[in-house]
Ligand binder design. Structure first.
Ligand code: ADP
Ligand code: MG
Length: 238
């Protein structure tokens, strides 16, 4: 189980309110997409969930337990960024093993988990290569593989495809959809790309200027946009 509740969450940087009171529930196994324009606070919200920023006000609950003040390492959430942040001197296998080694997992357990992730992501032929010898799409797959081996309670993706070219983006989008079919893990996926959001999401959260404008299934949003912002952002006639 991994069900996240966000209650009255607020965050300011210097004198600027960036997250202005967010309430949201992400259900177990749900694929939830935060969609909104650049600068609206999507990454900040994700970083608050991950524990990479301190919350100013409000609470985060995971399966009913309060994690608001829990250090990031103890939340068991895995974040995948748009810059892949792989270790350049390590092979793919070593990159994927690293977090488990730090956690002092048994070598045969590590090997099994890495093999499974490599199979899911079609990385088996690349396990002994270093990141410099991989394409952008392959690197992003390794970054996702690193998240998978940790068996996180929630996957957090921050615009993971925005550094890829258009064709690769379409391919990786399909792979992420397939991955979710296979793993059925709770996922929060940040993007400013409407097509990505609508094709991947069970639930879309339309975000704007630090606030939620609307929450719904892709179909709900197209059928009943809550306001002019949502309609405009989705490119509908107003
Ligand atoms: P998005 O991911 O939707 O593009 P961000 O969450 O990155 O938006 O940023 C939202 C706002 O918060 C922006 O105005 C940004 O400049 C500001 N911001 C983000 N992180 C910091 C920080 N560490 N210090 C100061 N301002 C920040
Ligand atoms: Mg961002």
């Amino acid at each position: 189980m991994a069900r996240l509740e966000i209650r009255s969450l607020r965050k300011r940087f210097d004198d600027v309110d960036v997250i202005k009171g967010v309430d949201l529930e992400v259900e177990d196994r749900e694929f939830c997409v935060f969609l909104g324009p650049s600068g609206c606070g999507k990454s900040t919200l994700l970083r608050l969930i991950a524990g990479l920023e301190d919350v100013d006000e409000g609470n985060l609950l995971l399966d009913g337990g309060d994690i608001t003040d829990l250090p990031a390492v103890n939340r068991n959430l895995a974040m995948v960024f748009q810059s892949y942040a792989l270790y350049p001197h390590m092979t793919v296998r070593e990159n994927m093993s690293f977090a488990l080694k730090l956690a002092k997992a048994e070598p045969d357990v590590i090997a099994k988990k890495v093999e499974r992730a490599a199979r899911i992501l079609a990385l088996e032929p690349l396990l002994d290569r270093k990141p410099a010898a991989l394409s952008g799409g392959q690197r992003q797959r390794v970054a996702i593989g690193r998240a998978i081996v940790r068996e996180p309670r929630i996957f957090l993706f921050d615009e993971p495809l925005s550094n890829l070219d258009a064709a690769l983006r379409v391919q990786m989008r399909l792979e992420i959809a397939r991955l979710h079919q296979e793993l059925k893990a709770t996922t929060i996926y940040v993007t400013h790309d409407q097509v990505e959001a609508m094709t991947l999401a069970d639930k879309v959260v339309i975000f704007n200027a630090g606030r939620i404008e609307q929450v719904g299934s892709p179909l709900d949003l197209y059928r009943r946009p809550a306001n002019r912002f949502v309609a405009g952002f989705l490119g509908m006639p107003q």
